[in-house]
Design a protein around this ligand. Structure first.
Ligand code: TRP
Length: 461
């Protein structure tokens, strides 16, 4: 096959791709979301199930997504269209790309609001507000931030501005370089935080909360959240990794890259958990306190350590960068699509798609204050955005990617693109064709109740 070319250029090489994809994967999902959903879902068993999903579903689907992207070399919608034609499948597969573009914008809309909290905390940390803060003061501090919609709107606008600025410059300008320095720095700072957590007398308690499974706490709903988070944290299921794969040079091993990215991502999440839960327990806080968890706990720790302001400032700055390099990948598919489809400039496409995303984000802002009581089935607008995208749209997208890559794509094509043969190819193929697909289906059907319904139907004849 003659290789297609991406009109947006290529990564400079293997490392650049790994860093960019790791930059996409490591973000608020690891440091903000993983700890709070682990806290809400009872700890150990949830974590174990999440790790299982990463290994058995996440990594094979990550490889499938990169593979499709590199073969198609276009935005996810056009890539799906081209590949379905080539493999003799229905051109309706392009709708998978469309769903991905929409999912990415929905996620970014609230992601930017949370990243805004980090911006606010960063600027406050530099002024030393966290010095000696008590647990109660910290909770009040967070409450007053999220209680004021206009403040949140300002930070959300600033974060969207930062994201759109980089995206409008194209994938290689700047971002590649920034990520090279920032990812290792974030890792080191997390180690420092874990070091601090080790000195508290609750380190053991934190660890056992994270790593001692109590399966009675793993409900159907928790299992869905753990699986959804495996997609979320690896940036899978909406074409972000497919779009990045489109810029990947031909000679890079997709399996090696996929595994490295998943390992790095998992390490960051576990370190974040190991830093946070000891602090939670040492201060008598509730692990299940929700989206504010890191914003109410970490300042207490910073407030007590020597040079706490400095550490706090660096920490929130790195968190902003981690969120930034993820945010870019959430909107890149939408922009690449608009540019390729209509020929508008990258700048215009960015303004249009970014504007729409910014507007949608206002719904999430209001969920924390003005609309906090306006719930539908107990969930606010923000909760719904997160639930629909993480727990339904991403797993569904991942499922369809697995069906396409595993069942519809010819073996010859996937073997050639992955550069795998023999046992290794066999393992990947088995995981994608059976384990990932059946795994996602079981979890989704169980939660929806469809499974019990079908079993009843069969057993009652
Ligand atoms: N993985 C990122 C995080 O953990 C968020 C993210 C970036 C994402 N791109 C994505 C999630 C694409 C789903 C799909 O913070």
């Amino acid at each position: 096959m003659t290789e297609r070319k991406s009109i947006h250029g290529l990564w400079s090489g293997r490392l650049a791709f790994i860093l960019a994809a790791t930059g996409s994967a490591v973000g608020l999902g690891n440091i903000w979301k993983f700890p709070y959903i682990t806290g809400e879902n009872g700890g150990g068993a949830f974590v174990l199930f999440y790790l299982l999903c990463i290994a058995m579903i996440g990594i094979p689907i990550m490889m499938a997504e990169v593979m499709l992207g590199r073969r198609g070399r276009q935005n996810p919608i056009a890539t799906m269209q081209t590949l379905s034609l080539e493999e003799g499948a229905s051109s309706n597969w392009k709708w998978l790309g469309v769903m991905g573009v929409i999912t990415g914008m929905m996620i970014l809309s609230y992601y930017s609001v949370i990243a805004g909290w980090a911006l606010s905390y960063f600027f406050e940390a530099t002024t030393g507000v966290f010095n000696g803060i008590t647990a109660k003061e910290s909770a009040d501090h967070f409450g007053s931030l999220v209680g004021s919609w206009d403040t949140l709107l300002g930070w959300h606008t600033m974060f969207m501005g930062l994201t759109l600025y980089v995206v409008s410059k194209g994938v290689r300008g700047g971002l590649e370089k920034a990520v090279t320095v920032l990812m290792p720095a974030l890792f080191i700072l997390l180690l420092v935080m874990v070091g601090y957590a080790m000195q508290t007398d609750s380190f053991q308690k934190g660890l056992s909360f994270l790593f001692t499974p109590d399966f009675s706490k793993l409900t159907k709903e928790s299992a869905l959240i753990a699986m959804g988070h495996a997609f979320f944290t690896l940036s899978l299921g909406m074409g972000a990794i497919m779009a990045y794969g489109a810029y990947l040079p031909k000679n890079v091993s997709i399996a090696g890259a996929g595994i490295s990215i998943a390992l790095a991502d998992t390490a960051v999440a576990l370190l974040a958990g190991m830093a946070i839960f000891p602090i939670v327990f040492a201060n008598g806080l509730e692990p299940s306190s929700g989206p504010g968890l890191i914003f109410t706990t970490l300042p207490i720790a910073f407030g007590q350590m020597p040079y706490g302001n400095i550490f706090a400032s660096i920490f929130f700055l790195l968190l902003i960068f981690a969120a930034w390099s993820s945010a870019i990948s959430l909107i890149e598919p939408a922009i690449a699509w608009l540019v390729e489809k209509t020929g508008v400039t990258r700048l215009r496409a960015t303004a249009l798609m970014g504007g729409a995303t910014w507007l949608l984000g206002i719904g999430s802002i209001l969920s924390f204050n003005v609309w906090s009581d306006a719930t539908f089935i107990d969930k606010t607008f923000f909760d719904w955005m997160d639930y629909l995208t993480s727990n339904i749209m991403l797993p569904l997208g991942g499922l369809l990617i697995a069906v396409f890559a595993g069942w519809l794509m010819r073996k010859k094509s996937s073997q050639e693109e992955l550069g795998l043969s023999g046992v290794l190819y066999g393992i990947w193929s088995f995981l994608v064709k059976y384990v990932a697909i059946i795994g996602v289906l079981i979890v989704m059907l169980k939660v929806s109740g469809a499974m019990d319904w079908a079993i009843n139907l069969v057993s009652n004849g």
